[in-house]
Design a protein around this ligand. Structure first.
Ligand code: HEC
Length: 175
């Protein structure tokens, strides 16, 4: 393990329940009702950050792949599965960011913790819109799918504007 790794303890239930139950400042604490029957897990910050970043890249792959199908006039029905996967990822998102999960690799800004309610609000909106995207895909309505895809994309950028460090922009600003 790298020296800068911290050990953090997070409840296995946190990833599932923090979207609804976590409040500012208590992110790394297991929910009291869950603590009784859910064992806590130990995980290094490096492992957690690598996992959530891999998840983000996979979600971007799914989301970008939809754009290709949508713009080549493909059948959107086949995209319901991917859209449901995105919705599941969106629901798990807040739990991927327990307090203190910061290292040199992460692009998460400190606002993820200082403006936690807003972070969770946007993650919730992402989950809701991705769920609708899946329902629309299943209905086969390509125009409605395009419109809803754009709404989901808006949640990506609005969250990134406040909560994600943009290394490319930083390089441009220096030149
Ligand atoms: C609720 C906030 C939030 C939403 C919604 C969100 N992201 Fe992100 N995203 C982040 C944060 C924070 C990071 C940095 C995570 C890290 O490095 O630990 C990130 C990282 C990424 C990365 C890794 C690249 C990088 O520069 O770090 C990709 C790719 C990405 N997001 C794509 C997406 C896409 C595509 C969507 C929408 C379909 C989306 N994200 C929705 C907050 C969000």
């Amino acid at each position: 393990m790298k020296p800068q790794s911290l050990i953090l303890i997070l409840s296995a239930s946190l990833a599932l329940t923090s979207a609804v139950s976590a409040k500012h400042g208590d992110i790394a604490q297991p929910a009291p009702q869950a603590a009784a029957h859910q064992p806590a897990v130990e995980m290094s910050v490096d492992d957690l950050v690598a996992g959530r970043r891999a998840g983000y890249w996979m979600s971007a792959g799914l989301f970008g792949g939809m754009f290709g199908v949508m713009n080549s006039g493909g059948d959107v029905k086949g995209l319901a599965f991917s859209a449901r996967a995105l919705a599941g990822w969106a629901k798990a998102l807040p739990g991927m960011f327990p307090e203190g999960s910061v290292n040199e690799e992460t692009n998460a800004l400190p606002t993820v913790w200082s403006e936690r309610e807003e972070f969770e609000r946007i993650a919730g909106l992402y989950a809701k819109r991705a769920t609708s995207l899946a329902d629309i895909a299943a209905s086969g309505d390509a125009d409605a799918f395009k419109a809803q895809w754009a709404l989901v994309r808006e949640t990506c950028s609005s969250c990134h504007d406040t909560f994600r460090r943009d290394r490319k922009k930083e390089v441009q600003a220096q030149n």
